[in-house]
Write a protein that binds this ligand. Structure first.
Ligand code: IFM
Length: 450
C-alpha cells in the first residue's frame, strides 16, 4: 500500500550550500584569504589534493544555479556568506564588490520566489583574524558581530531568515582540537574556549541582527545526533550520556538555558573555558528557531582509555552506511526533533541539513540514477513528517546539498548533491533525486510504501 504523508502548507522545501564549498573565485574582486584557502593550499591536508579555488564556480554560475532551484520547485535556499569576501581582513575595510555579489544573488532568489536563509559563518574565517588567534581570541566574537551588522544592513530589508553559525562543535573540535579542518590546530586544550567564543559571537550577533533586521527570524544551526549506548551495560549508558553532553548539550544548554552542562564541565575541568561576567546571558539571548543538521546517530561504548569522556564510537553491526561511513539511521531524525522540542522548547525548528554522499556516476543514458539517495531522503522525510504529526514545530527542510561540492578535508571525493557537478566542465546534471524532490515539493507530500 502506498501512503501519502502530507506536510504543512507554507512548509519550506530547500537545499543548502556553503560559500567555500561552492563559490570558487577565491581571490577575485577584492576577496581576502580565508583559513580554508590557506589550509587547502597546504600540502597533505585535503584527501585528493584539491582546493576550493574554483569549486563549483558558483561565483560565476549563480544565475544557472538559481534557475536549477527554480526548476526543482524549491521555495527556500540556505547559503552562507564568505566573511573575507565582504570584509577581506575580517575587520575594518568593507569590500563593496563582495557585498554586491550577495545582493544580486538575493534579488535573483526573490525574483524566483525562493526565500533566502543566510548563514553568516560556515567555517571560512578571514585568515587575517586567524593570524591573531582566530576563534581562540575573544575579540573575534566582536568582529563577527560587526560583520553581521554590515551584512544585515545591506540585505536585511529582503532577507528575513538568519543563521549565525553552522555546527560550532565541528569548528571547535575538528578545526581547533583535532586539526582535520582549518585552521588545522591540534590543541584539545583550547577547543572549549573556541566553542565559548563561537557561542558568545552568536549571542552578540543575535542582538545586532535583531536591531538591524526588523521582522527577521534569527537562529543557529547545530549538528545534533541522538546518542545510543552500544549495549545495555551501565558503563555504556554512561558513555552515551557523556557523549550526548559533549556533542549536543554543550551547545543546547547554553543557548536555551544559559549554562554549560555540569557533567561535561566537570569532566573537562582542566580545559574549562574562561567565562566573563554576562557571557552566559548574552549566549542565551532568545532565538526564533533552532536549525538541526542531522546525518546519523552516535553509538558509544565505555572505554577507560578514551579521553575524559571514556567513550568510544562504534559502528553497529548489520547497519548500512553512506560513503562518509555514517550509519543510515532515519529514526534518529524523529528522535532528535522530539527530544529538542521536549527538552528545550525552541519556537521553531528547521532541518537545515540532511542528506547523504553516495558514489554517483553518470549512466550511459546521461542520467544519474541515485536510487540510494532517494531512499535515504524518503525515509528521513517520513520521519520528519511523523515528528510534525507528533507536535514538532518543524517549518522547513533543507537537503544537503544543492549540488556536489568541496567536501572539506575529503575534497571532491564525496558527492552529496541532488545535482551532479562535472568538475572538468562545470556542467550540472539533475540527479534522479532532484527529479524525485520536485515531485515531493509539488505534492507537498512524500509517498511511502508499507
Ligand atoms: O558538507 C558538510 C557541511 O558543510 C556541514 N555539515 C555536514 C556536511 C556533510 O559533511
Amino acid at each position: 500500500m502506498v501512503r501519502k504523508l502530507l506536510f504543512p502548507s507554507q512548509f519550506y522545501w530547500g537545499t543548502a550550500t556553503a560559500s567555500y564549498q561552492i563559490e570558487g573565485g577565491w581571490n577575485e574582486d577584492g576577496k581576502g584569504a580565508s583559513i580554508w584557502d590557506t589550509f587547502s593550499h597546504t600540502q597533505g591536508k585535503i584527501e585528493d589534493g584539491s582546493t576550493g579555488d574554483v569549486a563549483c564556480d558558483h561565483y560565476h554560475r549563480w544565475r544557472e544555479d538559481v534557475a536549477l532551484m527554480k526548476e526543482i520547485g524549491c521555495n527556500a535556499y540556505r547559503f552562507s556568506i564568505s566573511w573575507p569576501r565582504v570584509i577581506p581582513l575580517g575587520k575594518g575595510r568593507i569590500n563593496p564588490a563582495g557585498l554586491d555579489f550577495y545582493d544580486r544573488l538575493v534579488d535573483a532568489l526573490l525574483e524566483a520566489k525562493i526565500t533566502p536563509f543566510i548563514t553568516l559563518y560556515h567555517w571560512d574565517l578571514p585568515q587575517a583574524l586567524q593570524d591573531e588567534g582566530g576563534w581562540a581570541n575573544r575579540d573575534t566574537a566582536y568582529y563577527f558581530a560587526d560583520y553581521a551588522s554590515v551584512v544585515a544592513h545591506k540585505l536585511g530589508d529582503r532577507v528575513k531568515h538568519w543563521i549565525t553559525h553552522n555546527e560550532p562543535w565541528v569548528v571547535a573540535w575538528i578545526g581547533y582540537g583535532w586539526g582535520v579542518h582549518a585552521p588545522g590546530l591540534k590543541n584539545e586544550k583550547i577547543a572549549l574556549q573556541v566553542a565559548h567564543h563561537l557561542l558568545l559571537s552568536h549571542g552578540v550577533a543575535v542582538r545586532v541582527l535583531r536591531d538591524a533586521c526588523s521582522g527577521g527570524e534569527i537562529g543557529i544551526t547545530l549538528n545534533l545526533s541522538p546518542v545510543h549506548p552500544a549495549s545495555e551495560r551501565e558503563e555504556d549508558k554512561l558513555a552515551a550520556r557523556r557523549y550526548d553532553g559533549f556533542l549536543n548539550r554543550w551547545f543546547l544548554d547554553p543557548i536555551f538555558y544559559g549554562h554549560y552542562p555540569p557533567d561535561v564541565l566537570e569532566l573537562y575541568i582542566q580545559y574549562a573555558p574562561r567565562i566573563d561576567p554576562g557571557d552566559m546571558a548574552t549566549i542565551s539571548y532568545k532565538v526564533d528557531f533552532l536549525g538541526v543538521n542531522y546525518y546519523s546517530r552516535s553509538v558509544m561504548k565505555f572505554n577507560p582509555a578514551a579521553g575524559p569522556l571514556q567513550a568510544e564510537g562504534v559502528a553497529p553491526e548489520g547497519a548500512e552506511f553512506t560513503e562518509m561511513g555514517w550509519e543510515i539511521y532515519p529514526p534518529g531524525l524523529y528522535e532528535i526533533l522530539m527530544r529538542v522540542g521536549r527538552d528545550y522548547q525552541p519556537e521553531k525548528l528547521y532541518i537545515t541539513e540532511n542528506g547523504a554522499a553516495f558514489a554517483d556516476e553518470i549512466a550511459p543514458d546521461g542520467g544519474v540514477h541515485d536510487l540510494k539517495r532517494i531512499s535515504y531522503l524518503r525515509e528521513h522525510f517520513a520521519q520528519a513528517q511523523k515528528a510534525i504529526q507528533d507536535g514538532a514545530k518543524l517549518a522547513g527542510y533543507f537537503i544537503w546539498s544543492l549540488m556536489d561540492n568541496f567536501e572539506w578535508a575529503h575534497g571532491f571525493t564525496k558527492r552529496f548533491g541532488i545535482i551532479y557537478t562535472d568538475y572538468q566542465t562545470q556542467k550540472r546534471i539533475m540527479k534522479d533525486s532532484a527529479l524525485w524532490y520536485k515531485k515531493v515539493i509539488e505534492n507537498n507530500a512524500v509517498e511511502i510504501e508499507d
